[in-house]
Design a protein around this ligand. Structure first.
Ligand SMILES: NC(=O)c1ccc(NC2CCCC2)nc1
Length: 246
């Protein structure tokens, strides 16, 4: 998968994509992240990328021309069609379901706004989708782009080793993750749950599913409402509720 990022801070974005699982996915050529700086496409001597807001008011708006030229270069850089995403609080909330679908695309481009944002005409004609990573305002779209790169990059086939991708088990999607433990087995803070030391993998799987269901019920009932539970999950959640309310 190829991800092109249009940003005034290319070094920052390259660094975000160079570490950890995503950096390794790039080394393995499972993922390619390229950056494009609108300033390199500005036509004036001062490499201007912003203009005063029409109608008055504070702040500046990113000019159409440098962004249009940068996106043209993005499109011409590889044959596959590009799905262009703009990060902003006005976008649809990013969910894991959407991450999974984006991860299947051959190419996406991430347009990062700064200042007060981007001229609406560019958004209307050049952007396919607006996405928000949450209901808060950032000084730029780059952190949103970094979130998309990480969430999508780690899902590329081969990016995660077997243990990590086991985390993508059927029950983990749509539910909160179960608790995790490591050594020491006994600590002043408490002990590792015995079932995890039992070697009974069926019991361990059930315990983890029960914990995921219980946590989701307690912390994010909205996620649970959206999910119809299979018979096993319904029983385990009932057990969790009974234990919890005892
Ligand atoms: N919640 C978000 O995903 C988000 C994205 C971009 C942003 N700020 C950018 C948008 C235009 C200028 C700065 N703030 C918040």
């Amino acid at each position: 998968m190829r991800i092109d990022v249009v940003t005034l801070f290319p070094d920052f974005m390259r660094q975000c994509a160079a570490v950890g699982v995503v950096g390794r996915a790039q080394q393995r050529e499972l993922l390619q992240v390229e950056t494009w700086n609108p300033r390199d496409f500005a036509t004036d001597n001062y490499r201007t990328v912003d203009g005063r807001t029409c109608g008055g008011g504070p702040g500046m708006v990113m000019l159409i021309e440098p962004l249009r030229a940068a996106l043209k270069a993005v499109r011409e850089a590889a044959p596959e069609p590009v799905h262009v995403i703009y990060l902003s609080p006005q976008g649809a909330r990013l969910t894991q379901d959407r991450v999974v679908s984006l991860a299947k695309m051959p190419r996406i481009a991430l347009l990062c706004g700064r200042y007060e944002g981007v001229d609406e005409r560019l958004l209307a004609h050049e952007v396919d989708e607006e996405l928000s990573i949450g209901d808060y305002v950032l000084s730029g779209g780059e952190l949103g782009a970094a979130v998309v790169i990480d969430a999508v990059g780690r899902l590329q086939d081969g990016a995660l080793n077997d243990a990590q991708s086991a985390q993508q088990d059927s029950f983990s999607d749509g539910l909160l993750d179960c608790p995790h433990y490591t050594k020491p087995v006994h600590d002043a803070l408490g002990d590792v749950p015995a079932v995890l030391l039992s070697g009974d993998h069926a019991a361990i799987r059930r315990w983890r599913l029960k914990q995921s269901l219980g946590r989701t019920w307690l912390r994010r009932p909205d996620l649970l409402a959206r999910r119809n539970l299979d018979a096993e999950s319904a029983v385990l959640l009932e057990e969790f509720r009974r234990d919890y309310l005892r």
